[in-house]
Design a protein around this ligand. Structure first.
Ligand code: GDP
Ligand code: IMO
Ligand code: MG
Length: 422
């Protein structure tokens, strides 16, 4: 039927895993096209509550083929842990594959990520997840990376590692960190091959066949546009492209074959890590959003920064990604707020601005808010648009108008069925 991308419309943690889990019930292929185990995608369904990091959220449908694709980076130790946890809870993981082109997160990448972050001055700290994402993608761009397929070709792997390792060890020495021997890394790679070799393959034929046969293919984004390497708050970004363009390059699917681009946005906003965040709240309302929304990182456990919905930023994301629809999540978190605010413009150097500025502009931006009256009742059992209180409908309709894309899904709780389809 169609190829659907699910993209973070804010700073990550919008509820992508929850939306992907819902849509993947009718999908034949689910693909993670960028990022690595920096993701923390929560899925709550009949099998339990899961925090997925690198495994696509389609894994709960036994008929879905799940692919960690060319644009992603893989830490096989983390994948081992994640698979063990899923299998222990009775999830069938046989349909998980890794494309030969996905890059390997090596132990030195993780070590360097932590060291580089420590070295940054306080205003420059990115607050990375320390999963090795930046150093791994840096090596990929420098053409010094190792790929999942290299595990299947030990001679090639050895040649590559012999070339790369002396440079990596020099970097580690610079930071005063322990170095690695060729033998220990080759041993690790041999272990990964033994465990994952059968899952590593050229996955494009699977994807092409599915697309040609009009099957449903789901592209699962990690993080959100605010942390996109090109369109986010550089340098406080991740090192890949979570945006819709990244889905095309990362999964090998041309733009004209993508039928739907669903932006996932919370009914307010959150952010983990450094960088400007114009609508951040430092008052009781921010504290209340964090408490009711359970806003703590899935990967790092860090408290998330919380704030009001930034319609300027979401509208920018709707343009860059070409959202055909928005999935609005966590509307229920606002159930007890008397007043809800939405940022409709910024004041920068005394001027009203409605185009999202670059990083330094965002650092100076003061939000201009429009206020909405809260609905002050529990909406978690609403399953139809008509069941939502009038004031909640008005709020959603206002966000739709400001964001520039139709709000097709409204999520009112973390469970699979707590969703309204408009
Ligand atoms: P992701 O990284 O985009 O997949 O999002 P996270 O899993 O990091 O964060 C979203 C959090 O919100 C998770 O704890 C979800 O279980 C939860 N969640 C998702 N949708 C809803 C919703 O509509 N209401 C509530 N209350 N929680 C939700
Ligand atoms: P999901 O997929 C929220 C943030 C980090 C840091 C920046 C770069 O669950 O939405 P990285 O480790 O990628 O080099 O960190 O991006 N970050 C996330 N924030 N959700 C995530 O993933 C994130 N992945 C990375 O806090 O500021
Ligand atoms: Mg998350």
């Amino acid at each position: 039927m169609s190829v659907i991308s699910v993209i973070g419309a804010q700073s990550g943690d919008e509820g992508k895993g929850r939306i992907v889990d819902y849509i993947a019930q009718n999908c034949q292929v689910a693909i993670r096209y960028q990022g690595g185990d920096n993701a923390g995608h929560t899925v709550v369904n009949d099998k339990g509550k899961f925090g997925l990091h690198i495994i696509p959220s389609g894994i709960f449908n036994p008929n879905t083929i799940n692919i960690v694709d060319a644009g992603a980076v893989v830490n096989f130790d983390r994948m081992h842990d994640e698979l063990s946890n899923l299998e222990a809870k009775g999830v069938d993981t046989r349909n998980l594959f890794i494309d030969t082109r996905a890059h390997l997160i090596m132990p030195y990448h993780k070590a360097l990520d932590g060291a580089e972050e420590n070295k940054r001055s306080s205003s420059q700290k990115i607050g990375t997840t320390k999963c090795g994402i930046g150093p791994c993608y840096s090596d990929k761009s420098a053409r010094s990376g190792l790929r999942a397929g290299d595990l299947l070709d030990p001679d090639w792997l050895k040649t590559r590692l012999e070339m790369v390792l002396p440079l990596k060890n020099r970097e580690l020495e610079y930071y005063g960190l322990p170095t690695y021997t060729l033998e220990e890394l080759l041993k690790k790679c041999a272990d990964w091959k033994a465990e994952f070799g059968n899952r590593i393959k050229d996955t494009l034929p699977i994807v092409r066949k599915a697309v040609r046969e009009n099957k449903n293919v789901l592209l699962e984004g990690q993080l959100g546009i605010a942390r996109d390497l090109d369109w986010g708050i550089y340098p406080y970004t991740t090192s890949s492209n979570p945006t819709a363009g990244g889905a095309c390059t990362g999964a090998g699917i041309a733009p004209n074959r993508i039928n739907e681009v669903i932006g996932v946005a919370k009914a307010y906003s959150t952010c983990v890590g450094g960088g400007p965040y114009p609508t951040e709240l430092f008052d009781e309302d921010g504290e209340k959003l964090r408490r009711i929304g359970g806003e703590f990182g899935v990967t790092t456990g860090r408290p998330r920064r919380c704030g009001w919905f930034d319609a300027v930023a979401v509208e920018f994301g709707a343009w860059v990604n070409g959202f055909t629809a928005i999935a609005l999540t966590k509307l229920d978190v606002l159930d007890t707020f008397k007043t809800i605010k939405v940022c409709v413009a910024y004041e920068i150097d005394g001027k009203r601005v409605t185009e999202l500025p670059d990083t330094q502009g965002q650092a100076k931006a003061k939000p201009i808010y429009e206020e909405f009256e809260g609905w002050n009742c529990d909406i978690t059992s609403c399953r139809k648009w008509e069941e939502l209180p009038k004031k909640a409908q008005e709020y959603v309709l206002a966000l739709e108008k400001l964001s520039g894309a139709p709000i097709k899904y409204v999520s009112v709780g973390p469970e699979r069925n707590q969703i309204i389809i408009r």
